[in-house]
Ligand binder design. Structure first.
Ligand code: GUN
Length: 181
């Protein structure tokens, strides 16, 4: 966005209605899983490794949070982390979050503001589930993701297509569509 446009929007009450406005205003950067993000909170306090389940293999902060944005035709590819992830809906089109539990159980989480249509303002992806997201409508979706114990890239794994296909052949079309070749 041109600088004069950005400055003109500051404090004017002009609506931030496009993805680019919000990316700029919220200072979002690309996420390795797809989409855009910025960490907004990281607890200053740590949980000692000895107080955490062994899978973490180190200390973690109490909690962390990000803004997460997806644009039309962009997806968050299947990935997993070691903590539960709580998603919050903020603005734009609804998000469809696909979640596969370790035993292969599939769940679709509809994150959005149309409660009459069954969408949820908040949805949880349990630790260890493979999950990815796509936008259901047009434009963009802005959400938040909170993780406790806090997010660490050491706990983050992007799915390998061949490995997931071998493990979950029943989800072939989802895995093909939501992983990188
Ligand atoms: N920080 C960096 N990436 C992520 C993510 O995917 N989720 C959360 N909650 N925090 C992050």
């Amino acid at each position: 966005m041109p600088k004069q446009h950005k400055n003109a929007m500051k404090g004017t009450g002009m609506p931030l209605t496009t993805a680019q406005h919000l990316i700029d205003y919220l200072k979002l950067i690309r996420h390795p899983e797809g989409g855009w993000f910025r960490e907004t909170y990281r607890s200053p306090e740590q949980i000692h490794a000895l107080a955490l389940p062994e899978r973490y293999g180190g200390s973690r902060v109490f909690s962390s949070a990000i803004y997460f944005m997806l644009e039309q035709r962009d997806i968050s590819v299947l990935h997993r982390i070691k903590s539960d992830e709580l998603w919050h809906f903020y603005a734009g089109s609804p998000l469809l979050i696909h979640s596969i539990s370790p035993d292969g159980g599939y769940k679709a989480l509809h994150l959005g503001s149309n409660v009459a249509a069954g969408e949820k303002f908040q949805a949880v992806v349990p630790a260890g589930n493979w999950f990815g997201a796509e936008i259901k409508g047009r434009g963009f979706a802005l959400a938040g993701c909170t993780v406790a114990p806090g997010f660490d890239f050491a706990d983050f794994e992007i799915a390998n297509r061949e490995e997931l296909l071998e493990r979950y052949p029943e989800h072939i079309s989802l895995v093909r569509r939501m992983t990188k070749a």
